[in-house]
Write a protein that binds this ligand. Structure first.
Ligand code: NDP
Length: 483
């Protein structure tokens, strides 16, 4: 399955150009060069997609879970069979190492389809009998046409994390991937055609967030929006969708703490902390960007983290020895570098990294930044309060459990926290008090697709994953029968 130079929308079962005929540049972030073009879609494309989805809904919603299971499984098979092509396309679009696309992004996209294809076979609803008098039972019916909007950091992984449960539950979908990483969504459209997905069931509209994305959010026939992206964008979406009483699932930003106690398994903690700091260039909403270390361990930890961060190989996403590829875009790289300058102005000491890495040859225009560790910053400063979403972490010592909790809970975000300790009582005690949707103890990114996934506070509203996703994409209806 080959990527094409000109990406097309997927509407009513066909690959079609945008209504306006206008295209946007698609840049390879490792070279800084335009390598393909994507539709600059607008409200007219969204209108066509919604019309197709509405037309497809009656049949798709009533065709039975067995048929939906078969088609979604076939899509999973096709992604699996084309792993190499999908992985290459993802790495060119996003700048991430090919090894990561091959082992994480694409396998997970395949797993999302397979997981929800089988989940729908087992999905059940409740009954509430009133003894001797009546029975209530709950129907869980698909909502209709729903909108799915996803970001660029884990492009196909997060796109399919929404689309798969929406389709499995019997909805028809109008979806938009990030304009920065459209290629694997385009290839997914081809996979859906090959798998025999009926036309109009899934429609993929490419383009800019404020234009194509906004048109999806404000379309009156789209009854629910599942969005993953930045907190500011989430606020804008809620402003439009909430007064229309749309169902909303918002998975937003994070400023995640890693809390490390001196009694931890040091070697395992170092391996996972390096990963949680710099995997995907820190561009995972679950990456830990504020690291708090119990004082007796602080210096040993700091020296080891800096040593290992300096050892990471930054460069060509297609080299087997690369740990960190390019950041996704020039604008994002500038944002990350501006936060590093801000950290210095706020009194932080850059222990390693802190700069753009200029490579040679083909990669001369690429957006590479060295992994950066900063110390000496207080909780209240902007560097420690705002999401940077790059290969940048701050480290700080603490003395007591209470102080660690205060620091960890001390931002407006509440997505994920990681805790390292061998004291099981302390681990449970703290897990109860951490204000985060996800708490990892002695691990990071240990994912189980059945668990509720999402954040508290400014990190979002609602949960994805397992039954939560199927509940979101269905409308519960209570039926009461008296006898
Ligand atoms: P953005 O919020 O900028 O964009 C996300 C998506 O929304 C893109 O497809 C974007 O399109 C689109 N969009 C932008 N504006 C609008 C609008 N007004 N109406 C509708 N759609 C719009 O996020 P990023 O792509 O920069 O992704 C990074 C962010 O995502 C980080 O904050 C990160 O924490 C968060 N994230 C959260 C996760 C979670 O599960 N909680 C997981 C992964 C990331 P376009 O690209 O064209 O602008």
């Amino acid at each position: 399955m080959r990527p094409d130079k000109y990406i097309k929308n997927y509407i009513d079962g066909a690959l079609v150009p945008p209504a306006s005929g206008q295209y946007l540049d698609n840049v390879n972030p490792a070279t800084g060069k335009v390598y393909s073009w994507l539709p600059d879609s607008d409200a007219e494309d969204v209108e066509r997609a919604v019309a197709a989805a509405k037309k497809a809904f009656p049949e798709w919603s009533r065709c039975g879970v067995e048929r939906r299971f078969r088609i979604l499984s076939r899509i999973a098979d096709i992604i699996e069979q084309n792993l190499d092509d999908f992985a290459r396309a993802e790495s060119i679009d996003n700048g991430k190492p090919l090894a990561m696309s091959r082992s994480v992004d694409i396998p997970r996209a395949q797993a999302n389809f397979r997981f929800f294809a089988t989940s729908i076979l087992h999905f059940a609803s409740e009954a509430h009998p009133v003894e001797g008098r009546a029975i209530n039972y709950t129907l869980r019916q698909p909502i209709g046409v729903v909108g799915c909007i996803s970001p660029w950091n884990l492009p196909l992984y997060l796109f399919t994390w929404k689309i798969a449960p929406a389709l499995a539950a019997g909805n028809c979908v109008v979806a938009k991937p990030s304009e920065l990483t459209p290629m694997t969504a385009y290839m997914l459209a081809k996979a859906c055609i090959e798998a025999g997905l009926p036309k109009g069931v899934l429609n993929i509209v490419h383009g800019l967030g404020p234009k194509a994305g906004q048109a999806i959010v404000e379309h009156p026939e789209i009854k629910a929006i599942s969005f993953t992206g930045g907190t500011k964008t989430g606020q804008a979406i809620a402003r439009t969708a909430a007064p229309m009483f749309k169902k909303l699932s918002l998975e937003l930003g994070g400023k995640n703490p890693n809390i490390i106690f001196a009694d931890c398994d040091f070697d395992q903690m170092m391996v996972d902390t390096l990963r949680s700091s710099f995997s995907n260039n820190g561009q995972i909403c679950l990456c830990g960007s504020r690291i708090y270390v119990e004082r007796p361990l602080y210096e040993r930890f700091r020296d080891e983290l800096v040593k290992r961060a300096q050892f990471l190989k930054v460069g060509d996403p297609f080299s087997q020895v690369t740990d960190l590829g390019a950041l996704v875009s020039e604008a994002h790289m500038e944002k990350v570098l501006s936060y590093i300058s801000l950290a210095e102005m706020e009194g932080g000491k850059i222990l390693c990294g802190g700069k753009r890495l200029e490579l040679e040859g083909e990669l001369a225009g690429g957006y590479f930044v060295r992994p950066t560790v900063i110390e000496g910053l207080p909780l209240e400063c902007r560097t420690n309060q705002e999401e940077i979403f790059g290969p940048v972490v701050t480290i700080q010592p603490f003395d007591t459990e209470e102080e660690a909790l205060q620091l960890a809970n001390g931002t407006g975000y509440g997505l994920a926290a990681t805790l390292w300790t061998q004291d099981i009582s302390r681990a449970h005690r703290m897990a109860e008090q951490l204000e985060f949707g996800i708490v990892w103890i002695n691990c990071w990114m240990e994912r189980d697709l059945r668990t509720p996934f999402g954040g508290m506070k400014s990190s979002g509203v609602g949960r994805e994953g397992g039954w939560e996703a199927l509940r979101f994409f269905t409308e519960p209806k209570n039926v009461c029968v008296k006898y």
